[in-house]
Write a protein that binds this ligand. Structure first.
Ligand code: COA
Length: 404
């Protein structure tokens, strides 16, 4: 039977989420939470139908993303990508991705982004792992801090208060954090999975009473003959000021009965290790792809950000997935700390690469020279890689914050 691709109607939402949850091998609890989150902008879903049956799912969410320099860019967030196990490796994903990219362009979104279940899937569609993150594991007994405790106070809050306060604090941080994406109101209802265990939320208030940060975490209790050996998992730690970040890490490491603390994703430039007397007490490991980006309109995407130092580069970008479109060709970038202009030019490039590689380097999370050493960038003008490294560098490093 041939597959028809189209957006779903509201009465097909349950079937859509059901197929998606089978595809991801998820639980019923996941399904319950996913339905409201998926229910927005249904016209941006793309599902594969065989008769009335939904055999594959995908969609775009309209997000805003902060780029280096602080501007906000409209981007398409690809999500709910799944194909029933009975229908895999017949090209359904390829068809949906082709349509999702067209949908993003039609909505004037110059970049498509996603968080990936597997790192091997999306390079072929022009995506690059533009934001990297690490995991951290803290041996609590080994932790001491090198600086005095920041002033201010910590306050435990319930889920209702967290629902009111945390979105505002997150929004403050997200607006100044490259790589961070906006969170629609519905996102907040779906992000904490019951399988994580009991949820706790703590706020950090500065001495002047400003709520500058929060942490959401779960604790799993474990009692042994030798006493308690609880483990604590950080779901999200958001600090808008250095004191907030310090105070929240400190709070977590001082919770009694907890032996180990883990966070599955933290920014690679997190100050955590430098807050401690011994940097080995917090091991940052498991460096992984945090956010994938796919340039669709190079002049708009590269022109939206600022550059650490002034410079000019001609980039020749090959987009085999969308030849002749706005991410394919040679582009002259004239950029600096005040902004940038990007124009299509004839050839004579300084650097040559594939669109997935340009997408990887776009936010400054991965250096051009590192990609060149891997054979992914061809330096045609000597010194162009150093110029590109210096221009694209981002402080802080980009970080995605939001799984979607
Ligand atoms: C990943 C998934 C959506 C792929 O769907 P699919 O319809 O089988 O993919 P297609 O047949 O369109 O494959 C397109 C290409 O991607 C490749 N591909 C597909 N899934 C892949 C995977 N998991 N790893 C590596 N390559 C993969 C195919 O080999 C094919 O490559 P080719 O064009 O070079 O021949 C499907 O396996 C799935 O539902 N997985 C579980 C849910 C999931 O992980 N979704 C992604 C969320 S980010």
């Amino acid at each position: 039977m041939s597959t028809i691709f189209r957006a779903i109607t509201p009465d097909e939402l349950t079937a859509f989420v059901n197929t998606s949850s089978i595809g991801f091998g998820e639980s019923n609890a996941w399904f319950e939470r996913e339905v409201p989150w998926v229910s927005s902008s249904l016209e941006r879903t793309i599902a594969g139908f065989e008769g009335d049956a939904v055999v594959s799912t995908s969609r775009n969410y309209p997000f805003e993303m902060t780029v280096p320099g602080g501007a906000s860019l409209h981007v398409a967030g690809v999500s709910a990508v799944a194909v029933l196990p009975t229908h895999r490796r017949r090209g359904l994903l390829r068809e949906m991705m082709t349509r999702l990219l067209v949908d993003a362009v039609e909505h004037e979104e110059p970049v498509s982004i996603l968080t990936a279940s597997e790192a091997s899937i999306y390079g072929r569609f022009g995506y690059g792992a533009s934001v990297l993150a690490g995991s951290v594991s803290i041996a609590k007994h080994a932790v001491t801090f090198s600086r005095p405790r920041p002033a201010g106070r910590l306050r435990l809050i319930d889920v209702d208060e967290a629902g009111k306060v945390e979105p505002e604090v997150f929004e403050r941080l997200r607006r100044v954090s490259p790589g961070a994406v906006s969170r629609p109101e519905l996102w907040w209802h779906h992000h904490y999975e019951p399988s994580f265990g009991t949820r706790f939320d703590a706020l950090y208030e500065s001495p002047s009473g400003s709520v500058d940060g929060y942490v959401t975490y779960s604790v799993r209790d474990k009692w042994t003959a030798a006493g308690a050996a609880h483990s604590l998992a950080i779901r999200e730690l958001i600090g808008c000021t250095p004191d907030a970040v310090h105070a929240l890490w400190r709070y977590l490491t001082e919770i009694d009965l907890v032996q180990t603390i883990v966070a599955h994703s933290i920014p690679l430039d997190s100050p955590l290790t430098w807050l401690l007397t011994s940097l080995r007490a917090a091991q940052i490991n498991n460096i992984h792809d945090n956010l994938w980006a796919r340039l669709l309109d190079v002049p708009t995407a590269l022109g939206a950000r600022t550059y650490a130092v002034p410079g000019r580069l001609v980039l020749a970008i090959d987009d085999p997935v969308r030849p002749g479109e706005a991410a394919d060709g040679a582009f002259a970038l004239d950029g600096g700390p005040d902004g940038a202009t990007v124009a299509r030019v004839g050839d004579d490039p300084d650097l040559v690469c594939d669109v997935a590689v340009a997408s990887t380097a776009w936010l400054g999370g991965v250096r051009w020279s590192q990609l060149a050493v891997a054979g992914l960038v061809d330096e045609r003008t000597p010194g162009a890689l150093s110029t590109a490294d210096a221009m694209f560098a981002s402080t802080p490093l980009p970080y995605g914050y939001t799984w979607f």
